[in-house]
Design a protein around this ligand. Sequence first.
Ligand SMILES: Nc1ncnc2c1ncn2[C@@H]1O[C@H](COP(=O)(O)OP(=O)(O)OP(=O)(O)O)[C@@H](O)[C@H]1O
Length: 867
Amino acid sequence: MTTEAPHNALLPTLVRASAGTGKTYQLTARLLRVLLQDSAPETILATTFTRKAAGEILNRVLEVLAKAGEDDDPEALQALREQVGISTLQHQTCRQLLHRLVRNIHRLRICTLDSLFTQLARSFPFELRLPPAWRLTDEIEEVWIQEKAIQRVVSTLNPSEMTTMLTMLGKGEIKRSIQRELMQVVDTAYGIHRRCPPDAWNKMVAPRRPEQADQTRAVGDFRSASPKQETVLAKLQLLADATETGDFKSLVDETLIRNIAKARRTHTEVKFGRSKLPDGLDDALDTVYAAVRTELIGLLSAQNEATGTILTAYDFHVNAIKQVGRVLSFEDVAVRLSKLFSAIDYDTLVNRMDGAIDHLLLDEFQDTSPAQWQVLRPLAVRACDRDAVAKDGAEWQSSRSFFCVGDTKQAIYGWRGGVAEIFDAVTDQIDGIAESEQNMSFRSSPDIMDFVNVVFSNLARHPMVREGDPKDPADKSAHEAAAIHRFAQRFPQHEANKKTLKGFVQIRTSSKVEKGDKDANDAACFQDAADLISEIAADAPDKTVGVLTRTNAAVAELITLLESRDVEVSQEGGNPLTDSAAVVTVLSALMMAEHPGDGRWRFHVEPTLLAADRSLDADSIRRRVEQRGIAETVQSLCETLAPLCGPRDTLRLKQLTHLAIGYENNPQPRLRDFVRLVQEKRVERPQRAQVRVMTVHQAKGLEFDAVVLPQLDGPLTRSSGNCVSDAKSLSQPAQAITRYIGQDHWHFLDKKWQFAFGNQGASAMTEALCLLYVATTRAKQALYLVIQPSKKKEFHLKTAASLIYHAVGCEEDPTQPNEVMHESGTPIWFGDADKERVKEVPAKTVKIQFRHATSETTDVPEDLSEL
Ligand SMILES: Nc1ncnc2c1ncn2[C@@H]1O[C@H](COP(=O)(O)OP(=O)(O)OP(=O)(O)O)[C@@H](O)[C@H]1O
């Protein structure tokens, strides 16, 4: 059976494939193998992460079969033979398969996980308690429903309950408005709340406060102590006062309290600064520490309880609203399915699904969430049946098969539940699965691959990275350092397939704004990056350039800077239409009709052509909406404005009209909701420009000839988490959840929670490294990193820039502006060989000059305000 099966039998396989190694190629190869052994299309299921990727796989299957089917294209046939590993494959077989496939194309399921889950849900309407004729919501409708549910939560609590709840949520303080506080709770904790048992928020229990007698004794000890140093005396008085009045909350952030925890952990004396404390205070210090701990854990536990109460009420209302509206989100479907599938037997599944899935192929597997894996697992286990591989004449046939491919180094969706450990879950839970690894990039030049290898293998050169488990589990940065170390250790060496492809890597510092704040220095860095990008675009007009940022705000800023330099630029994923002044005018006219008494809208519309048209006052627009609907009104407003607009705004007005036509299908179209939709929905421009700007998340799966990374400064991870669970593995859902507390307070937690918090910090750091990996591996030929000059020579902060600086072994002074820190490869990577001015360069330093669009100068002045 499988043990003797040859390499071309479709054994259950998991492929760990690095960036650019051709995951789509391999998945397509496997799919073709399955089809070539005459498996019925309806028994095959291939899933990917985006609809675009699903379309790409189907296209590739049809395309290679069509080419290999041509009698006069022996090369295409040979390429396909190599791809599928069948040396005897004939033109005619390819043609026959293509015809069969085209006739049955509707039966072949190549789809996203979201769409698979929606199909599965339709097979279990009763078990999943789905409302009849339900439909899926989109992100914007989800936000509206969320707000409505929060309003209901607020209205069901009486004012005093609400005040108590808010006080508990804010750990004793009311910091925000009710709506904003609850919105934040829902945003950050509802996702995890709905996957946990109802009592999960009640598991963090505050320890008992020390006995009153012990507290009284401690006060006496503090008061009678006579330290030499005034500062120590003042601190002991403070402890005594707080203990006497029971005001332990005021001590939560005291350094001395933190020092007690540290001393107990390291079995050393308690100190304050460099000063020793007087002898005989140990019991008193332990008493006050225990009381402060009770206070903080008590506040946290109250916050958890309030969070659980709010979320339970929210869950009730949000479900009620959705049930009445007959709508569900993808997430709702996944949660309901995962609960159902954890207890279902496969035969029921097959009966209800109208046919079995015998061949399962999963792409981008690292982004599968635990809940999604719970749904896929029964399908995978069945597809891995070892007895399904048998010899049929000369050929091995696999009546079932399982294949999954992904890259743990590209797991960048931790925030929506994706976890790299899912790979280990597959190898643990599926017997006899074969694993393979691919590290040969078909995308990037050797120079890019060398750089990527050097950076990620040497991350541990950063001065703040230490090996091994954190000695102090309450030290967040130790958990992060360990995560960086692990990433480097596990990093496989990549190779470039295209050995002669020219490549270039450059790290340069941007200009410095003396005494400038962070915003000023960010702006200077973006200005320099925009200059660089416009140079690349001009020098290499037939090469694509990807500009990848961390934040959406940076995308918007860079687009503005590039447009001001006349660079043709587009944004992946699109912008809201409000990036056009013409669209904003139309929206103001609509808002003027909705709120005729509010002068703001009239003020905005007045100087425009719309105001000149007397038939377009607030009343007439409102009447038109009532009589003819939103779409027709929007169209007529757009037509009035269009003659004044350039091509860019005209296109946006057209897109606005399309949006309005689509919106009108909404059961209750309302003007203000439409305006909000326009403000939030991203609409892509139809044509891609040579330069494309996007966040690294949006760049996943894409490739560019040159990549520019202008936002590598700033902390790698966000400082605070949201909530933390005690989940130990993917198969065991969390039993306990708590709200996050800042790292200065981790010492109050017990060890179990310290590790849970630390693991969360480590995961966030791993995800940040994955993002950096995705960013650097999008480049085919050239990679430009623009970093801000460091404030100090010890470039120690944990930023992407400093990790790279140390990993590459840069020796240049990082505080210097406009310097090349590292350079390798061929600077004229885009030119023909005979046009090359410079050949291979090893790492070197050159003073660089920026050409600001607003200035004729070639040297950057120290102070940007001079420009
Ligand atoms: N076997 C192959 N032979 C030649 N070119 C290939 C092969 N496999 C992939 N390629 C090419 O290499 C590039 C990268 O392939 P692909 O996008 O499938 O990689 P990937 O593994 O999905 O990358 P990533 O995970 O980084 O998105 C593409 O341009 C693709 O056409």
